[in-house]
Write a protein that binds this ligand. Structure first.
Ligand code: DON
Length: 574
């Protein structure tokens, strides 16, 4: 699967003049069309952690201490509250996909929940128009799930003591660490933090922004983490943290009460699994739609011959965009919290249904989204983030994506607690037909109800090749997550890239509505023209086009760790 990069690079000087077409062509034949990027992933023989810097070091520390991949994931997750407050999600929620070395796999759902006082029309004004309160201010927060989720995973599948897994995060918050450039720059420019006095106190020092290399400390967070280390998740949901959070909510017009916190439960679910060629994909079930997307899109691609044009070709991108379009149309219509609505997952993945969706792709023309609605699968009834991966020496694998939703959530730091609150309520359908912050236009299945979990796109994913652990991947980026994971995965298995090239490679995104392919620079202008000729509205976009992807690949006796240069992900291993 992996190409010999040095061999490919050695070829380059030979490519000139009249021979270039021949050599390029022969490289397509010999190397499956892999582009010549030349970035090596971090490689290790035994264990690997990929996470936002410098939290990956915490994972390695725990593994070296005898912890397993679950311990390391929990430790990294807590450390990210300091290392990556953009999404360090103690005040938010997420998902963890686990595959143990004994071959069993499981999924922990610690997605936020709508508070008891939430209602279907809570974000509509007197004229029935959607307000921005789903994304801004105290009312935008769902009940946080991370601490319960980590507790469930750690108690059942970890090896070390809970307090041991929290120790590195406490040390990081207390003693501080040199602020990486990306963190300093992000804190300087975060508009969401600028409007909140407590956030300014916590994320600046004496009214001044941190510079790269300054030691950044989080004393309030360290105290909160220390209490959680001593009192377990109960401290967060019943103890001092819960009382402080509920009082702050009440004082500021928020909805989360002590009862909401007390009643919150992380849920262990069966992961969604599917096949692509000789790969088995283990991924996120509802309330995420992300895993469904990866399975649907791969199943539509399989057997289409889309890969024949090679990486980045208009013909391959056309097919990728068309399968994205079909998945997002289904996603918006059908998926909701499985404890509240019936998700027709079996129907949406049924081979006959997939075949009919695949057959509706015209190889030469875009299908307008106005014409292509959601499909009619069997069983239907008439709707800021970070990712990290760990593989330990025993072969246990963990993928976690968790989030506050927007960058720094709603920008509100709970006074005295040192952590930010999510604005995950915006992932619900505030009003059917009206776009949320990711431009998703969703339906009834995802409307708000007390205790309901909003549909997510997060999809921590583990892949087996011929039954053996092959890849651990996922990423942040809202609605763009499933399309990014799809591309990074096929860049490895169909286009022959190593983990780093697959993570780095330019990507596209299409989400049904708006009916548009957004493209990253690096894909050529004449590819855009070729896509336009097929009837697509294809264009480069300035802002984020794609989600970030973090990936561990296990191949040829090496663990390859690849963090996404679009943010600050990196690998560390031994
Ligand atoms: O669950 C979801 O799909 C979103 N709340 C994820 C948000 C996200 O990835 C933002 N990161 N850039």
């Amino acid at each position: 699967m992996q190409q010999n990069r040095f061999y490919r690079m050695a070829f380059l000087p030979a490519i000139s003049g009249a021979f270039s077409a021949f050599f390029l062509f022969s490289s397509v034949v010999v190397f499956g069309g892999a582009p010549l990027y030349g970035r090596e992933p971090v490689r290790a023989r035994h264990a690997m952690v990929v996470a936002s810097q410098p939290a990956e070091q915490v994972g390695v520390e725990i593994l070296r201490k005898g912890g397993n991949a679950v311990d390391a994931a929990v430790a990294v997750g807590f450390a990210l509250n300091a290392a990556y407050p953009f999404a360090g999600a103690m005040g938010g929620g997420g998902f963890m996909t686990i595959r143990l070395a004994d071959g069993t796999s499981t999924f922990i759902d610690f997605r936020e929940e709508a508070p008891g006082k939430a209602s279907k029309t809570m974000y509509l004004d007197a004229n029935g128009n959607a307000t921005r309160e789903s994304a801004t201010g105290w009312k935008s927060s769902g009940v946080p799930g991370t601490v319960r989720g980590f507790e469930l995973a750690q108690k059942k599948y970890g090896k070390l003591k809970w307090a041991e897994d929290l120790a590195p995060a406490i040390a990081m918050a207390q003693q501080g660490f040199p602020a990486p450039y990306a963190l300093a720059e992000s804190l300087r420019t975060a508009r969401s933090l600028a409007g909140n006095a407590e956030s300014k106190r916590v994320f600046q020092r004496d009214g001044k922004f941190y510079e790269q290399g300054d030691t950044i400390t989080f004393p309030d967070l360290a105290r909160t983490l220390t209490r959680i280390a001593q009192g377990g998740a109960d401290e967060f949901y019943l103890g001092e943290t819960a009382h402080t959070l509920a009082a702050a909510m009440e004082a500021n017009g928020g909805l989360i009460t002590l009862d909401d916190l007390k009643n919150y439960k992380a849920i262990e679910r069966a992961p969604l699994t599917g096949k692509y060629r000789n790969y088995t994909i283990i991924t996120a079930p509802p309330p995420s739609a992300g895993g469904l997307g990866i399975l649907q899109m791969l199943a539509m691609l399989e057997g289409s011959g889309y890969e024949k044009g090679g990486f980045g070709s208009a013909s391959a991108l056309h097919y990728e965009a068309e399968v994205m379009r079909r998945f997002y149309a289904d996603r918006n219509q059908y998926i909701g919290d499985p404890d509240f609505v019936k998700n027709p997952i079996a129907g949406l993945l049924d081979p006959a249904y997939i075949a009919s969706r695949r057959a509706s792709i015209d190889p030469a023309h875009a299908t307008p989204s106005t014409v292509l609605g959601p499909g009619k699968p069997a069983g239907t009834e008439s709707s800021e983030t970070t990712h990290f991966d760990v593989v330990d020496e025993q072969g246990n694998a963990v993928a976690v994506t968790f989030t506050l939703n927007g960058g720094y959530g709603n920008g509100i730091t709970v006074p005295g607690l040192g952590f930010l609150l999510n604005n995950e309520m915006d992932d619900f359908t505030s009003k059917p037909g009206v776009a949320n912050m990711f431009g998703l236009i969703q339906g009834e299945a995802n409307t708000i109800a007390p205790g309901k979990r909003p549909v997510s796109s997060m999809a921590p994913t583990i892949v087996l090749r011929d039954g053996k652990l092959f890849a651990v991947l996922g990423g942040p980026g809202g609605s763009r997550i499933p399309s990014a994971i799809l591309q990074a995965f096929v860049d490895v298995v169909d286009f022959g890239m190593n983990a780093q090239d697959a993570v780095d490679a330019p990507r596209i995104h299409h989400q049904w509505m708006p009916d548009r392919i957004t493209m990253e620079k690096g894909l050529s202008p004449d590819t855009i023209e070729a896509l336009k000729a097929r009837g697509h509205d294809a264009r480069y976009e300035g802002g984020p086009v794609t989600a970030e992807v973090e990936m561990i690949l296990i191949d040829g006796g090496w663990l390859q760790g690849a963090g996404d240069p679009r943010r600050s992900g990196t690998g560390a291993g031994y």
